[in-house]
Design a protein around this ligand. Structure first.
Ligand code: NAP
Length: 249
């Protein structure tokens, strides 16, 4: 990239990693726009410019990248936000824009991973969980529909979904981080015999896994879809900052 071409980065956000990267880039003197889907009613404050709402698919994103002079894209979305990540790959390919993925380390290499029942989808998780009595569900508000067949559920989430939950369910509106002790207390108080969760990875919501192991609570874990091999990946916002500074356009 020539010396007088400005570096302008789009962060696909909605995560702590995205927010931390925006802060790092702004502090480093970069122009940065963070994109949010608009799902959360009161999102946390983010450094730099913010835009909210879908782009209109991969073609819409491609047109938006060109129209806004973007020459770096960092996909910092949640590992289970699959559609936006697929669109980012296509939009960056068609416009020749360098793309990096911040991928929170998976729990597949967690010391307890071999003790969990790994499943490929929420529907499979729901079928597995049907064999238990009291379910703690920590899969996020957007995946709850797959579990509506289960009668006795405590569902933890940051915000309630638009659709009302089954009357027999108990919503727990909380945002991590949580401690092992508080997670044990929760599992015990509710009498949970199975925890259904997804491989979000990282340390923020990991305590429930230790707590479940300590109490002999079964864990059903929904797998991630792997990141395409040709998309470079880093684990942290700091590594993403280095990539933004170094990548040739
Ligand atoms: P998704 O299923 O992958 O995306 C569905 C559509 O929503 C996309 O095609 C796109 O619409 C729009 N969209 C998603 N993320 C966007 C973003 N950052 N900026 C602009 N448009 C976006 O996504 P999702 O699972 O609903 O997640 C939505 C947001 O919540 C993401 O930003 C993600 O990081 C965050 N989040 C998700 C989870 C989770 O478990 N899924 C957990 C925590 C946070 P168009 O096709 O119109 O562009």
């Amino acid at each position: 990239m020539g010396l007088n071409v400005r570096v302008k980065t789009l962060i696909l956000g909605g995560t702590n990693e995205g927010r931390d990267l925006a802060e790092l880039l702004v502090t480093d003197g970069h122009e940065v726009i963070t994109s949010l889907a608009g799902r959360v009613r009161r999102p946390a404050r983010i450094a730099g410019e913010v835009r909210v709402g879908g782009f209109g698919g991969a073609n819409g994103m491609a047109a938006w990248l060109v129209g806004n002079g973007i020459n770096r894209v960092v996909d910092a979305t949640h590992p289970f936000a699959e559609q936006i990540s697929t669109n980012a790959v296509a939009a960056c390919r068609s416009t020749g824009t360098p793309l990096l993925r911040i991928s929170r380390p998976s729990w597949a290499s967690h010391p307890l991973a071999d003790t969990w029942t790994w499943v490929a989808s929420h529907d499979e998780a729901s079928r597995e969980a049907a064999g238990y009595e009291k379910v703690l569900l920590t899969v996020g508000k957007q995946s709850l529909d797959h579990y509506r067949n289960l009668p006795d559920v405590a569902a933890r989430m940051v915000e309630l979904p638009e659709e009302p939950l089954p009357g027999s369910w108990r919503p727990l509106l909380e945002r991590g981080p949580f401690t092992v002790d508080s997670e044990k207390e929760l599992l015990r108080d509710l009498g949970v015999d199975v925890l259904v969760t997804k491989d979000s990875g990282g340390s923020l919501t990991e305590a429930k896994l230790t707590a479940a192991a300590d109490l002999g609570v079964r864990v059903i874990m929904v797998r991630r879809v792997p990141v395409p091999k040709d998309v470079p990946q880093v684990a942290t916002p700091r590594e993403a900052l280095a990539w933004v500074n170094e990548v040739p356009a």
